[in-house]
Write a protein of this length. Structure first.
Length: 212
């Protein structure tokens, strides 16, 4: 590991541990609220692409209710995502369990957001550079619009972040992203902007709209 990687990992461990300790009452309150409103399971587990496309398991607090049509298929996200689930997403509280993935070394506090494994073969060579670093709780794309961005623009921000890796100011970029995220979480919780993609309750699937 390079010196920069060691420093980044040390910062992840320190801040993730502090976050889990300080936010433990909030963690418990959200767990109880999900248990009461949505029932079990409280957590939603998903497999995503980690560094070098290695499969990783991430946890979120469940925000959608179980609801199916007559054929037993899950209803569209917009119909399963009620007021409580929308609030969880607007406040980003559903992401809290991913601090455990940071402690485990599967994620970093800052990096491209972990996306489904199915997207990996759809990336252009430039977009695939996002897999060269650990995925993060927040990142360069998140502070520039989050889900309001189209896929091409969002993945380009990820590629730009990876380009900055190893430069002397990289730790300062990470600190800037963390600071901006703290402000944006409050702003997005109040306005709801950036939480879902245009015309979607969540985010439309990436189908390989490659950059020129």
């Amino acid at each position: 590991m390079t010196t920069g990687s060691i420093v980044k990992r040390g910062g992840d461990l320190l801040l993730a541990t502090a976050g889990l300790v300080l936010l433990s009452p909030l963690f418990a309150a959200v767990w109880l609220a999900v248990r009461i409103v949505l029932g079990t399971p409280v957590f939603h587990a998903d497999t995503r692409a980690g560094r070098n496309a290695r499969p990783i398991r991430i946890l979120k607090f469940r925000s959608m209710r179980e609801a199916f049509d007559g054929a037993g298929r899950p209803l569209p996200d917009a119909e399963r995502l009620g007021g409580f689930g929308r609030w969880l997403r607007r406040s980003s509280l559903d992401e809290l369990p991913q601090l455990l993935s940071v402690l485990a070394g599967d994620m970093s506090l800052v990096g491209p957001r972990p996306l489904p494994l199915a997207y990996v073969p759809r990336y252009s060579p430039r977009q695939a550079t996002r897999l060269e670093v650990l995925p993060g709780l927040t990142g360069w794309a998140q502070i520039h619009g989050r889900n309001r961005l189209g896929w091409s623009e969002r993945l380009e921000y990820d590629a730009r972040y990876v380009e900055m890796r190893g430069r002397w100011y990289w730790p300062l970029i990470d600190l800037w992203i963390v600071a901006c995220t703290a402000v944006l979480v409050v702003w997005q919780a109040a306005t709801g902007r950036g939480i879902s993609g245009p015309g979607s309750a969540t985010m439309e699937e990436f189908r390989g709209e490659f950059l020129p």
